[in-house]
Ligand binder design. Sequence first.
Ligand code: DON
Length: 563
Amino acid sequence: MSARVPAARRLSAFLILFLLLAAAQADERKPSHAAIASAYPLATAAGMEILDQGGNAFDAAIAVSAALAVVEPKASSLGAGGFFLLHRSSDGVNVFVDAREVAPLAATRDMFLDEAGQVVKGRSTATALAAGIPGEVAGWGHLASRYGRLPLRQSLAPAIRIARQGFPLYAQLRDEIAAKRAQFEKTPDGRRTFLPHGDVPPLGYVLRLPDFARTLEMISRAGVDSFYHGSFARKLVDGVRKLDGIWSLEDLAGYQVTERKPLIGEYRGARIVTAPPPSSGGIALIDGLNILSGYELGKLDSVTRKHVIIEALRRVHRDRAEYLGDPDFVDIPLDRLLSPYYAAGQRASIRLDRAMPSDMLPGYTSAAGGGRQTTHFSVLDREGNRVAGTVTLNAWFGTALMVTGTGVILNNEMDDFAIKPGAPNMYQLVGADANAVAPRKRPLSSMTPTFIESDRGLMILGSPGGSFIPTMVILGTLNWLSGASAADVVAAPRFHHQYQPDAVFAEDGAFTGEERAALEQRGHSIRGWPATIGNMQVITWDYAGDQVDAASDPRRAGGSLVK
Ligand code: DON
């Protein structure tokens, strides 16, 4: 039969089929509006400026994170690292850009211990030894060259402008500078930049970051390699060595951004696209939702609903300490941890009427956490490209040590390693061999940039908050899937359990008086929520009515725009 179809007709049929297939691939929905949510309005505006100039979501992500490095310098920074979860609408590709810091080549397993094998207080948080080799700048280069449409020069321009012209100091940043004052005192550049006139500047003081601007201008001109090689790299290494750090030129020259496949999960028909290791967050999110998928959460009374969520959190955090670390160094039983069968086993040990003491779970320990500083932003452009980015110096301003003449603040990401098995880090997390320090290894993270896709539409979300991050993303997902708006998702009161300490952390309003009493009756011990935790930035796109929305956590100074 087909032999009788004229060749020209066959060819055109093939051509049509090919075009249809290509169109189907590219035929992703396009939102009517772009949106950006970030931790500070000037950074959100910087991203919008770049979208207005014809940039895509990836260019805007560079502009937002570079501007955050100016206006929220405690979190995003030239000296920071982070994760960027991307979705490219032209071919539907999801990719996880891992620009996490790595341990220097001279790092050793016991570098934070004294001769007696005890943890030296502050060494992994407040000294130059705490600093991993930064990846955020390399991440910008990667985004610009592989995914962006504009030259890096253009995407970095708003951040350079703000750093040169300055911006008025706002209350939260002032508090954060005050909290790190003693560390800023330790370097001339720290004093000059953040303690001008010898003191924490007053509210409204126009804060300028000229050294930072100069370094960004160098990167604009000469590309991100100029940060990792040559005279600037030498200046960085010399500066770090003067502060008794161990960075080398080889460390900087050898830094590599890694592209990883995002983890994909499913929860009641919704698709979860999230962070793979070296984040622990995506596993916690997918396994937590797998456990919860065995319950009709909407039909449970509110106490039982919150109880089973707490019990799921207890179980997913137990596994973190045991199994997780940099996947380039350790074998992670990913298939098992993400399997519905595994979750069914975890679920089987949950009693509806009683809290299970964490000690009754097998194996290793993890302990109380709390975030200090990190920042998340979400971007959606009108083509449907999207970015969920979470970047961090770890604690507020990391070590808050500044390297002379570079604008670089040293992170303290090395504290995210298990610096000694069983010794809690600053988030009270402990870990095992999987997360021990080793040269060029990435410390385990909790950052969980995520996309949720369902019949309702799309949500882009994430938050800072150390070990509380995966919980916040789980609660945000459950809320959105039950119909909450972007504003409701970021505002909803939160509760958290991380296996050890065996306690529920709860914000005011997370439980009513009766719920609290009933949960205590079931055996939960309830504590207050650490004030600094959480700064969620959410974009939602409801397909019905093509409604794009963005919201910033009302707990902090964020800004969101839809345009
Ligand atoms: O990567 C991590 O998990 C931590 N360095 C994140 C720290 C953090 O979120 C602090 N923020 N509040």
